[in-house]
Ligand binder design. Structure first.
Ligand SMILES: *Cc1c(COP(=O)(O)O)cnc(C)c1O
Length: 379
């Protein structure tokens, strides 16, 4: 297949000869109305009806026990790690193939990542890689799980639903239980994706969704922390709102906490976007279907949703036969105004994480070298 055939196909899908971005937000509903409403009400900041409504709608949509809106997904990850009990000096198992925010949040609580491999089917954390690592390097007792070599506690598993594709949650939850390690889902990219029949972000102890401008729906900047007990839900709200003890006029804060609450004006945008979410997912799945048919029988392998899941297909991706053909594809498509991107560099190649503990990252490396993301905006 010629690269120009791919460019031409993307132009056909998006019906334009102009520049085609990787992913752009769509504002086709009540966005302007709701934002004007917040301005007219003067409640643009951390108090207001939209932020409460947004949380309630996300909670209902995902079937989560609790949902707490945050300023961004990274803040949601930070707080969820705190809630899970991750402390200074601890270790957190995650994947090297992810956006840097996943690992930064681990560092914010003073912990360090352990990188395990990803599975080819999901592009997310591979249960057998994690199990092998734990069996070789960790012990578990009544007080928790320990990394044998240093005695550090391993206090969270943090898989990522890469590009919207759900990881193998049953297997990872099994490990979470057997090894007494809480599981947090980085569902930043996977709003609306289903693992079996459950929403991603609601299967683990905690889950975090992002509403950054490049995600499937946006609040400008924003996130939501999902948790599966009422108690942890209220603690999440407390930790994201400076731990102020409710009182008519006094300021008393009972622990060190954060100013992480999503502003009402951002939530207004989110409420409008949510009204179109199901339609966006349908359209994205249609685009994925077109790519899938187009690449069938070629040397490029289209990344399909794992068999046990229904993906939101946030970002479409293909695997090229090798690194050279990947480079050619990136150069040719970008030169002709069709935006494509490689996968993230593995976290182990960033200076902050170059010395982190890791298992064999064979599959992660292969994906890093050959994956290309294709334009995926809702049409
Ligand atoms: C977007 C993203 C985040 C961070 O979300 P922000 O809202 O941008 O802070 C975290 N993890 C992954 C995998 C992401 O794609």
């Amino acid at each position: 297949m010629e690269i120009d055939d791919i460019t031409e196909f993307v132009r056909e899908v998006y019906q334009t000869n102009d520049f085609i971005p990787l992913h752009e937000p769509k504002f086709v509903g009540n966005e302007k109305n709701y934002i004007i409403e917040t301005i007219d009400s003067t409640y643009v900041s951390s108090v207001g009806k939209f932020v409460d409504e947004f949380e309630q709608k996300i909670q209902e949509y995902t079937g989560s026990t609790a949902a707490v809106a945050t300023v961004n997904g990274t803040a949601g990850l930070h707080v969820s790690l705190k809630l899970a009990g991750v402390d200074e000096g601890d270790l957190v198992i995650t994947q090297a193939l992810t956006f840097v925010a996943t690992c930064n949040a681990i560092k914010y609580v003073g912990a360090d990542p352990i990188f395990c491999d990803v599975s080819e089917a999901s592009l997310g954390l591979c249960p057998s890689s994690v199990e092998e690592f734990l069996k070789q390097h960790a012990d578990v007792d009544a007080k928790g799980c320990y990394y044998r070599k240093t005695g550090q506690r391993i206090t969270a598993l943090l898989p990522v639903h890469t590009f919207g594709h759900p990881v193998e949650l049953d297997e990872l939850m099994g490990l979470s239980k057997d090894w007494s390690i809480p599981l947090i889902e980085d569902a930043a990219e996977s709003l609306g994706s289903l693992y079996k029949d459950r929403h991603t972000g609601t299967v683990g102890d905690y889950g975090v969704i992002s509403f950054n401008g490049n995600k499937i729906i946006t609040t400008g900047g924003g996130g939501v922390l999902l948790s599966q007990t009422e108690v942890s839900g209220s603690h999440a709200k407390h930790l994201t709102t400076t731990a102020k003890v409710p009182h008519a006029y006094e300021y008393f804060h009972d622990e060190l906490a954060f100013n992480y609450r999503m502003p009402n004006i951002n939530a207004a945008l989110g409420c409008a976007q949510l009204e179109n979410l199901d339609e966006f997912i349908e359209k994205k799945r249609k685009i994925a279907g077109l790519y899938n048919d187009f690449f069938e029988g070629t040397e490029f392998e289209f990344v399909q949703e794992p068999t046990y899941s229904r993906s939101n297909y946030w970002l479409n991706a293909i695997l090229c036969p090798d690194r050279d053909s990947r480079e050619t594809l990136l150069k040719r498509t970008n030169d002709s105004g069709v935006m494509t991107r490689p996968a993230w560099k593995l976290m182990t190649s960033l200076p902050m994480y170059s010395k982190s503990i890791r298992s064999s990252l064979h599959k992660s490396k292969k994906i890093e070298e050959t994956l290309v993301n294709l334009p995926s905006s809702v049409i």
